[in-house]
Design a protein around this ligand. Structure first.
Ligand code: AMP
Ligand code: GLY
Length: 421
């Protein structure tokens, strides 16, 4: 089979690496990919951006691609799957309507409320004056969320009323995130531990993937600004077998049923960001895709043929499918560039990257190859991932490799996987 993977981050490198292991897989094209994807067997990068829908369609037709797999949210929200399906091309991901689960927080909260799915109480505002009146009297902390896609920058947890006013000003008055801030969700602050619960859907059936936990703050001890994710591990002890069933029955299945009520059949990866406090579980957010960096440790543990699985999901054939997992833990540490998540420089030469062994893998997030050298090309640069019999063993092997890799301005958290100790 010929496969097209769309995207360029650590998630897409992990997807490509896993697909390449399948006997079914003959060729993989990654648009646009990075230096890591280019190095995988059977794989070529192509110079097309993930948002270039027409370019991707032309390429998939010309190369007679058998299956396309979409990594990031933007092309899904823009309707890439709809376009491919109209052209009779198999493409794994939610269509434009279904991708609203991530594309619009207002839509997502409405699905949750109508489906009686536990989540934070919220209000929607479309003008700054009324929003401010509410912020003057609401309980603090309070959470402000831009309705639209904001590349991970649209959520502000305000720990004082001043911060809440500042956030309102930046989102709605100054429109720092453009039209994403036209409408605002203001919601109750939830306490607890966060976990990521990702499922694979085929429009009719759904299978949970292994559980995981991300670390969103930049610095050790969950300090510093929010980021796209600084590291993740799988499985997380927070999600016991019992909780797994409860999440499927009280959250995932009712969500898919409520979407079905609206005529939407969800296909592809669906990511629930959960807040867990004393076995009470609430949905913080939904994403219409696989998580980054959660994909890296999750796919390190997958024993099943990933291409077969994606193919079955795209053809509505997941019924009775079981995914086999490695019993070991996997842990991924993101190495980032000085300045991330704000401004950072790129183009630094990376050294020590080739020290992988059979239980570790360096997934590339933002890298490029220039004249045979691997250079940094993003804020999150690498996700070093390792397996171990215990979380502690996975921690040791991953950090041992991480400490050998360096470039000018590299930094990483030293406490991934230590939160629930
Ligand atoms: P989201 O993009 O919705 O996941 O939000 C980003 C991060 O903001 C989450 O991972 C949480 O850490 C935090 N967050 C979002 N909503 C809430 C909430 N209602 N209460 C507490 N923290 C929240
Ligand atoms: N790791 C968080 C996300 O993928 O949105």
């Amino acid at each position: 089979m010929k496969v097209l993977v769309i995207g360029s981050g650590g998630r897409e490198h992990a997807i490509t690496w896993k697909l390449a292991q399948s006997d079914l897989c003959e060729e993989i094209y990654v648009a646009p990919g990075n230096a890591g994807t280019a190095n995988e067997p059977k794989t070529k990068n192509i110079d097309l951006k993930a948002e270039d829908l027409e370019g991707l369609l032309d390429f998939a037709k010309a190369k007679e691609i058998d299956l396309s797999i979409v990594g990031p949210e933007a092309p899904l929200v823009m309707g890439l799957v709809d376009l491919f399906e109209e052209n009779n091309l198999l493409c794994l991901g939610p269509n434009k309507l279904a991708a609203q689960m991530e594309g619009s927080k207002i839509f997502m909260k409405d699905v949750l409320n109508k489906g009686n799915i536990p989540t934070a109480d919220h209000k929607v505002f479309s003008d700054a004056v009324t929003a401010r009146e509410f912020l003057e009297i609401c309980e603090i902390p309070i959470v402000l969320k831009a309705d639209g896609l904001a590349g991970g920058k649209g959520v502000i947890v305000a720990f004082s009323r001043e911060e809440a006013f500042e956030a309102l000003n930046s989102l709605m008055v100054e429109q720092k995130l453009g039209s994403a801030g036209d409408n605002l969700v203001v919601e109750e602050f939830l306490k607890g531990e966060e976990a990521s619960f990702i499922v694979l859907c085929d429009g009719k059936n759904v299978i949970p993937l292994a559980s995981s936990q991300d670390h969103k703050q930049r610095d050790d001890g969950d300090k510093g600004p929010n980021t796209g994710g600084m590291g993740a591990y799988s499985p997380t002890p927070l999600i016991t077998n019992e909780l797994n069933d409860e999440i499927m029955n009280k959250i995932i299945k009712p969500t898919l049923a409520e979407l079905k009520n609206r005529g939407i059949e969800y296909k592809g990866f669906l990511y629930a960001g959960l807040m867990i406090e004393e076995n009470e579980i609430k949905v913080l957010e939904y994403n219409c895709r696989f998580g980054d960096p959660e994909t890296q440790p999750i796919l390190m543990r997958m024993r099943s043929d990933f291409l077969q699985l994606c193919l079955k999901a795209s053809k509505t054939e997941l019924k009775n499918e079981i995914i086999e997992w490695d019993d070991r833990y996997a842990l991924g540490v993101v190495m980032a560039s000085k300045g991330y998540p704000e401004k950072y420089d790129t183009g630094f030469k990376i050294s020590g990257i080739s020290e992988e062994n059979e239980s570790t893998k360096v997934f590339h997030c933002g890298t490029k190859n220039k004249a045979g050298e691997i250079l940094t090309d993003g804020g999150r640069v690498l996700c070093v991932t390792g397996l171990g019999k215990s979380l502690e063993n996975a921690f040791q092997s991953t950090y041992e490799l991480t400490s050998k890799i360096s470039w000018n301005g590299a930094f990483y958290r030293k406490d991934i996987g230590k939160r629930n100790k």
